[in-house]
Design a protein around this ligand. Structure first.
Ligand code: MTE
Ligand code: MO
Length: 375
């Protein structure tokens, strides 16, 4: 099997707009990208523990009310490279740009499930189903040549406020092949791995999906677990992602001859939690200044107010600070539940290198001091 296609944009490009252009949106694949050509014959089958299994066409999905949801999709492996520098982890190396914020257009899963007789706000189907499994067209080696799959609780799938979409559009254009054409799932606020692309089948099942990426990957283990003592069944699949932020206007190491420097980046939290604060420190975390937060120009950003602000979308931040004496700039975000990013990567190190949300640190040296020290 050929190597799957993975890519992320340059970090500075990532924050040039609130909505990430498709070209700058990261791509994460576990197998070769499939080609679904015949839309006339394309159907999504919905079955499992339902009384009347059906097959729906794209036309039928398009006839359901269309919703546009601006949501940040973040790979659980975002910032893995930095975690690996502390202690080696297994997985694709990512800088800070394995995420993007797009406007997804499509049908709500809660409307689609009504077509098979499952009412809104259900926790269990009449036949005892409690999870909704998404099965893809693409095949991957981890599934021994079988399809990529994932599940979410029925409670979330049937709650219209969870905004789970079967999306056929990205940024007002037809979804492209890299991102799941013709149809993908978008589970806002949850790690990207559950937003299954190239959807083939939806099954209502009794227990969580038993697929590789649910049971033997994408789980958060403590730092003491290694490949010799791991027992995958002791942990639940990771769903919501924790509060995260990263500086994107600066590289890991920077040289400047200015006294002031712009610190800009993104902050995002899972589960629809807003961003209450982004703090910047130029003295190693002794004192902090608050960065300005924004989503759309001229509309004040309000954490957790989904009327004024996009609750599933990232928040961009910006501050102008003095170039630090000690050379280090730190950013950390606080979400609307007062969750804070951890100070050090060591405390959250895990063997798969997921969810590196430690304080983001970059180095800035003044040109003069670089010149002096190289004498
Ligand atoms: N069918 C399928 N869906 C998938 C994947 C995949 O390999 N196959 N990768 C998942 C992972 S791990 C992530 S982070 C997101 C990435 O979505 P993107 O490529 O549109 O950015 O898709 C998810 N859905
Ligand atoms: Mo991912």
């Amino acid at each position: 099997m050929q190597d799957p296609f993975n890519a992320e944009p340059h970090r500075a490009d990532l924050i040039s707009s609130f909505v990430t252009p498709v070209d700058f949106f990261y791509k994460r694949n576990h197998g070769p990208i499939p080609i679904v050509e015949d839309l006339e014959r394309y159907r999504v089958s919905i079955g499992g523990l339902v009384e009347k299994p059906i097959e729906v066409s794209m036309d039928e999905l398009r006839k359901l009310p269309k919703y546009s949801v601006t949501a940040t999709l973040q790979c659980a492996g975002n910032r893995r490279t930095a975690m690996s520098k502390k202690r080696t982890v297994k997985g694709v190396g990512w800088d800070v740009a394995a995420l993007g914020n797009a406007t997804w257009g499509g049908a709500k899963l809660s409307d689609v499930l009504e077509l098979v007789g499952i009412a809104k706000l259900s926790t269990m189907s009449s036949l005892g189903g409690m999870y909704v499994e998404f099965i893809s067209v693409d095949r991957c080696k981890e599934e021994k040549g079988g399809p990529y799959k994932a599940s979410i609780p029925l409670r979330q799938a049937t709650n219209p406020d969870s905004d789970v979409l079967l999306a056929y559009e990205m940024n007002d254009e037809v979804l492209n092949r890299d991102h799941g054409y013709p149809l993908r799932v978008i589970v806002p606020g949850v790690i990207g791995a559950r937003s299954v692309k190239w959807l083939d089948r939806i099954d209502i099942i009794k227990e969580e999906c038993q697929g590789f990426f649910m049971q033997n990957d994408y789980k958060m283990f403590p730092p003491s677990v290694d490949w010799n003592n791991i027992n995958w069944s002791t942990r639940k699949p990771q769903m919501d992602f924790p509060v995260q932020c990263a500086i994107c206007s600066l590289e890991d190491i920077n040289v400047t001859n200015n006294g002031k420097i712009t610190v800009a980046g993104y902050a995002v939290s899972g589960g629809g939690r807003g961003i209450e604060r982004v703090d910047i420190s130029v003295d190693g975390g002794k004192t902090w200044i608050e960065a300005e937060r924004y989503q759309k120009s001229n509309i004040p950003y309000i954490a957790d107010d989904d009327l004024a602000s996009e609750k599933w979308a990232w928040v961009l931040f910006k501050a102008v600070v003095d170039v630090p004496e000690n050379g280090e700039i730190i950013a950390k975000a606080v979400d609307s539940a007062a969750n804070v990013q951890p100070e050090n990567v060591e405390s959250i190190w895990n063997l798969r290198g997921i969810l590196n949300t430690s304080w983001h640190r970059v180095l800035v040296r003044k040109e003069s001091s670089v010149a002096k020290s190289s004498l």
